[in-house]
Design a protein around this ligand. Structure first.
Ligand SMILES: [Zn+2]
Length: 320
C-alpha cells in the first residue's frame, strides 16, 4: 500500500532544512544546507534544489502529496506571500506560487513559529491540548497560538508576534525598533550578550575558561555547559533571562489562559536552567486560576519542529 508523505521545508536566515515526513510525523529522510546570502532568486533556487534532492530519495512505496514551507518572517498564509523577513531577502514575495507552479505540487506556507506550534499539536507535547502557546527561543523569539484547537493567525496571518510583546517599556531597543520586547530581554542573543558583559567584571568564571579566555568565543551551549557545572555567572545569566521569559509568560497566561506553554528552539535545550526561573516568575505574578492551569513544558521535537510542522501543514490542509 502506498504511504502518503509530505515534504517539509524550514526556511531560515542561516539554513534551509528539508525532510520527507509521513503522516505519523516520522522523518524518512532529511537534509540541510546553508541559506544563500544573496537575492530572493538565489534562495528560491536553493529551495527548489532542496526539494528536488528530497524527491530523489522518496521511497518507492511512498507518494508525496504536498510541500509545506515554514518561513522565518511575516507570512500571509492565505495569499502565500512572505510579507517581510528580518533575515531573508523576501519582501511581499509570492513564494508559494513560485514553488507551486514550478514544481507542480500543491504547496502550503506559514510562519515557522506557527508551524512549530502545529508540530506540537500533531506530534509533540501538545497533542491533547486545545489551548496552548508555543514559544521558539532562538536568536530571536517566535511564537504560535492555539485557541480552541485551531492555530490563531489573525486578520492577515501576522498574529502571535509574542516575541515583540513589550515587557520592559524603558528597556533596550529591539531589532524591530521598539523597546524592551520579550525578544530583546530573553532571547539566545541576549543570553550570550549578557554573559559577555558579565565576564568583563568576573574574569574567574568557568564561562571565560571554556571560551579559552576570549569572550568572543562565548556561545549559548557553552554557557549551558558552565551552568550545568555550577558556575555562578552562568547560573546568574540563566536566572536573569529566565526571569524575563517568565514575565512574558505571565502576560501570555493572563491573556490566553492556556493549558500549556511549550518552550522550543535552541535555547530550550538548557531545560530547567531557564524553565525554573521562568516558572517562579509566573507563579509569583500571574492570576488565579491561569497560573495553576498553565503547565510550562519543554518541547521534545528539538530542531525538527520546523520541518515536521511544515509537513503537518500539508496534512492539516489536505486531510482535515
Ligand atoms: Zn521587538
Amino acid at each position: 500500500m502506498t504511504k502518503q508523505v509530505a515534504i517539509g521545508i524550514d526556511v531560515g536566515g542561516t539554513k534551509i532544512a528539508g525532510a520527507i515526513v509521513d503522516t505519523k510525523g516520522q522523518i524518512l529522510s532529511s537534509l540541510r544546507i546553508e541559506t544563500p546570502q544573496g537575492t530572493a532568486n538565489d534562495v528560491v533556487a536553493a529551495l527548489k534544489q532542496t526539494i528536488n534532492n528530497l524527491f530523489e530519495v522518496v521511497p518507492e512505496t511512498s507518494e508525496v502529496i504536498g510541500i509545506g514551507l515554514a518561513v522565518a518572517g511575516t507570512v500571509n498564509w492565505k495569499e502565500g506571500t512572505v510579507v517581510q523577513s528580518p533575515n531573508l531577502p523576501f519582501s511581499n514575495f509570492k513564494l508559494r506560487e513560485i514553488i507551486d507552479s514550478e514544481l507542480g505540487l500543491t504547496t502550503f506556507m506559514d510562519n515557522d513559529a506557527n508551524l512549530a506550534a502545529l508540530a506540537e499539536k500533531y506530534y509533540g507535547v501538545a497533542q491533547s491540548a486545545q489551548d496552548f502557546v508555543g514559544l521558539t527561543l532562538g536568536t530571536g523569539i517566535g511564537s504560535g497560538i492555539f485557541c480552541n484547537g485551531c492555530l490563531y493567525r489573525g486578520a492577515t496571518g501576522a498574529a502571535a508576534e509574542l516575541g515583540h510583546m513589550v515587557i520592559e517599556a524603558t528597556g533596550p531597543q529591539d531589532s524591530c525598533g521598539s523597546y524592551g520586547c520579550l525578544e530583546i530581554m530573553a532571547s539566545g542573543r541576549t543570553l550570550v550578550h549578557l554573559a559577555k558583559e558579565k565576564v568583563e567584571t568576573n574574569r574567574k568564571s568557568l564561562v571565560l575558561e571554556l571560551a579559552q579566555g576570549d569572550p568572543k568565543n562565548i556561545t549559548g551551549p557553552l554557557i549551558t555547559k558552565a551552568a550545568h557545572q555550577g558556575d555562578k555567572l552562568a547560573l546568574d545569566v540563566f536566572n536573569e533571562i529566565g526571569f524575563w521569559l517568565g514575565i512574558g509568560i505571565n502576560n501570555i497566561v493572563n491573556i490566553f489562559n492556556p493549558e500549556l506553554v511549550v518552550i522550543g528552539g535552541g535555547m530550550a535545550e538548557a531545560g530547567e536552567l531557564i524553565l525554573a526561573p521562568a516558572r517562579k516568575a509566573v507563579s509569583k505574578r500571574a492570576l488565579h486560576p491561569n497560573k495553576d492551569i498553565a503547565r510550562i513544558v519543554q518541547s521534545d521535537l528539538g530542531n525538527k519542529a520546523g520541518v515536521i510542522g511544515a509537513a503537518a501543514l500539508v496534512f492539516d490542509e489536505l486531510f482535515v
